[in-house]
Design a protein around this ligand. Sequence first.
Ligand code: SF4
Length: 267
Amino acid sequence: MASQGVIFDIKKYAIHDGPGIRTTIFFKGCPMDCWWCHNPESQMKEPEPFNDSLKTNSLYLCENDGEIIGRNVSVKEVMKEIEKDIIFYEESNGGVSFSGGEPLMQKDFLNELLINCKKNGLHTTLDTAGCVSKEIILEIAPNVDLFLYDLKLMDDKKHQKYTGISNKELLENLLLLSEMKCNIIVRIPIIPTVNDSKEDIVDFGKFIQKLNIIRVDLLPYHSIGEEKYKKLKKVNRMKEIIPPSKERIEEIMKQLESFDLNVSIEV
Ligand code: SF4
């Protein structure tokens, strides 16, 4: 088992990454390259140059005076941070969330953290797009209390264009977790001109209605990642895209509800 991994942030008192008050660990590395990614600093697995320090209460953002993002950490070091806030998890029915990037890219490091959390009786949430083999999903699933499963596009050609990979394995893994009766919240980023047409939403609805899930969360596109693209010297392909209006998101919500789905909007 790996006892080291690469992360780029630890967010304390998080309230959007699962129930209650949580600590969220952000893993570095992602096999996808979503045009709208608001954490572009998560995509490369290794620590990388970052022109400036983001002003957050982050503990692990940079290791060299704001010039490098990401660092190698041990399971022991991360658990030490997690355990500092046990009292908040207990009082709020919260726990620990693993996000990224794609945490499953470092599956041994992730699994070791999950096992340690379970030993401490802590609720675990995994934010993933599921882009790994079925075997990895089967290995990890018993240690995850809640999956936040990202679904980007149903049309495979468009999925390949806008994320860099096929959605075949991702959809199969989601079906598998649903058959295993895991707790799942499906999260759909709503990206104008990419996946918000009437046809796109119908395709989502038809697929999701076959699943056993808690609910669907809609995540309206926002442009807050823009600055990060500059700092990483990366091209922002969504420059011209305007975030969807509240009315449009509500229309999409209604459209999905017509498939008998429980839908909410994450802001
Ligand atoms: S899956 Fe998430 S972290 Fe990876 S590129 Fe897409 S939006 Fe970014």
